[in-house]
Design a binder for this molecule. Sequence first.
Ligand code: COA
Length: 146
Amino acid sequence: MKIRSMKEEDLDQVVALEQAVFSQPWSRESFEAELAAAGHCYLVAEEEGQILGYCGYCGVTGEGQIYNVAVKKEARNQGIGRQILKALLQSGRVAGIEDFTLEVRIGNQPAIHLYQSLGFETAGIRKAFYQKPTEDALIMWRYGKK
Ligand SMILES: CC(C)(COP(=O)(O)OP(=O)(O)OC[C@H]1O[C@@H](n2cnc3c(N)ncnc32)[C@H](O)[C@@H]1OP(=O)(O)O)[C@@H](O)C(=O)NCCC(=O)NCCS
């Protein structure tokens, strides 16, 4: 498996995975805009042409907002999520981004566990942030230099 930058040619698979995983998936146009935006970074985990997972951040004024983290259902719990997130944090550091934030459904134990083990801490709650179903979001931050 290799981790590399997301490319336009990956978007058929990425959008299909996004639709399979999230109840309010991003559109293809949203991913196209992210790939074109300066300071944004999207990575995929690929094995023999198959996209197994992806994640990305939008970097603004030295901070990275992580928007999408997804791994194919049949490929979960093998450390892929951890590997792509670690690579994303490293890409951020190279670009001068030390601090990262994200939102996660309050009941999403696998994701919260993973983020905490990578050094993210809960900073607050956004009430009813998610729809389909309605759920609060945990706001998490990971500070590179305290
Ligand atoms: C969150 C997600 C990306 C993790 O991907 P992954 O490849 O399975 O992640 P990893 O295998 O690297 O790590 C998963 C960790 O969660 C743990 N885990 C799995 N199920 C769990 C559960 N029900 N409760 C707590 N921890 C759990 C695993 O034990 C593992 O931790 P460990 O390495 O300390 O043992 C994946 O589950 C996913 O795509 N979920 C759907 C999309 C999603 O919710 N994305 C996050 C949006 S904020």
